[in-house]
Design a binder for this molecule. Structure first.
Ligand code: PLP
Length: 393
């Protein structure tokens, strides 16, 4: 029995493979510092956990509406309207189990065989995987290190064609931490406003920024009806395991996403949704504390990486990833990432796992303690200074 042909076109996420290998090494007694997985190392805030416990006690243990509970959708609409400076209602919101299903559903609902989809490269690997899975044509646009890992706007303009159906943006960005400026976002909106395409705006890291706040393309004139906003609870409230996310989009697309939801999940867990409501409407102090701590780590970790021979690390404007250029070490980025895990106990991800333009870079998640990050820099330094280790390409 063979798998369906489409299974040849779906990809994976390398960070999870690195995690498996790191756990094997740990089982053999080796010490590993985990800088591979993209999840906050903070607990979910207590008041959110308490809300979920209460919801379980109160019997929120059954199916709920496929689109999400109306009061949660109202809270999402309020939050998105307030934070993005736009006007949306609960009818524009789909609540789903995590951020990923919105990527999956929106691309399945919109992309026909041969449709072109523009996306950032290096970028979140699920974009390219899903474009191919849906039969679309991936059109990668490189992010430019010198521009803070943002598109070259001329290159983006040249990539648009009559067959472009979707433009994917992700700001703050995974894996680079790049944030698209208001000025660049205005230019991008200008480029696509008159075109017959949709914009998928992945805003999963919307609350995790350090210098300039990210802006949503949905807030520019004429863009609201062309934009799908993805946001969720995983990063903002350290809720990766709860599987809670949402999309905000025009109603005709909500209808399609709801059909895909009823065919795949029926609904998002009812007690998780009750907790989500408390997360959105409750205090955001813990998110602020988490971001302040990420900033402290970012500054120290990037300084540490910049002190290593052959490393050059731009200071990321958001998310919690450092994405140093490691070409100066003489190592290939895959070889270096593998050797750092096997020989120095540093779990990290080769930049090429995020697309061909990520070759020569490594992604380190600094969602780990200050102490471990300091030790990680020491271990990498020792590794690079060990003269018996020859760079491998
Ligand atoms: N989008 C981006 C850019 C991400 O980095 C992630 C998670 O790493 C997601 C979407 C998916 O989030 P979730 O874990 O809620 O599915």
């Amino acid at each position: 029995m063979n798998l369906a042909e489409r299974m040849n076109r779906i990809g994976v996420e390398k960070a999870f493979d690195v995690l498996v290998r790191a756990r094997q090494l740990e089982a053999q007694g080796r010490s590993v510092i985990h800088l591979e997985i993209g999840e906050p190392d903070f607990p979910t805030p207590k008041h959110i956990v308490e809300a979920a416990k209460k919801a379980l006690d109160d019997g929120w243990t059954h199916y709920g509406p496929t689109q999400g509970y109306p009061d949660l959708r109202e809270a999402v609409a309020r939050y998105i309207s307030r934070s993005r400076g736009i006007q949306v209602g609960p009818e524009h919101v789909s609540v789903v189990p995590g951020g990923k299903p919105i990527i999956f559903f929106a691309i399945l609902a919109l992309i026909e065989k041969g449709d072109e989809v523009i996306y950032p490269n290096p970028g979140f690997p699920i974009f390219e995987s899903m474009i191919r899975f849906a039969g679309g044509v991936p059109v990668p646009v490189p992010l430019v290190e010198e521009r803070g890992f943002v598109f070259d706007l001329d290159r983006l303009r040249d990539s648009l064609s009559d067959r472009t159906r979707l433009l994917i943006l992700n700001s703050p960005q995974n894996p680079t931490g790049g944030v698209i400026s208001r000025e660049d976002m205005a230019s991008i909106a200008e480029m696509v406003r008159e075109r017959d395409l949709m914009v998928f705006s992945d805003e999963m890291y919307s609350e995790i920024w350090y210098d300039q706040p990210p802006v949503s393309i949905a807030g520019f004139p004429g863009m609201l009806e062309k934009t799908i906003i993805l946001d969720g609870f995983s990063k903002t409230y350290a809720m990766t395991g709860w599987r809670m996310g949402y999309g905000v989009m025009p109603e005709w697309l909500v209808t399609a996403v709801t059909k895909l939801m009823v065919n795949s999940n029926s609904c998002t867990a009812s007690f998780s949704q009750r907790a989500g409501l408390v997360a959105l409407d409750g205090p955001h102090d813990e998110t602020k504390r988490m971001v302040a701590e990420f900033r402290r780590r970012r500054d120290a970790f990037c300084d540490g990486l910049n002190g290593l021979p052959g490393f050059r690390c731009a200071r990321p404007g958001g998310a919690f990833y450092a994405f140093p250029n490691v070409r100066g070490t003489g190592w290939g980025s895959k070889q270096l990432a593998d050797a750092l895990l096997e020989e120095a106990g540093i779990a990290c991800v080769d930049g090429a796992a995020f697309g061909a333009f990520g070759e020569g870079y490594i992604r380190f998640s600094y969602a780990n303690s200050y102490k471990n990050l300091t030790e990680a820099v020491e271990r990498i330094s020792e590794f690079l200074h060990n003269k018996s280790r020859r760079p491998r390409k």
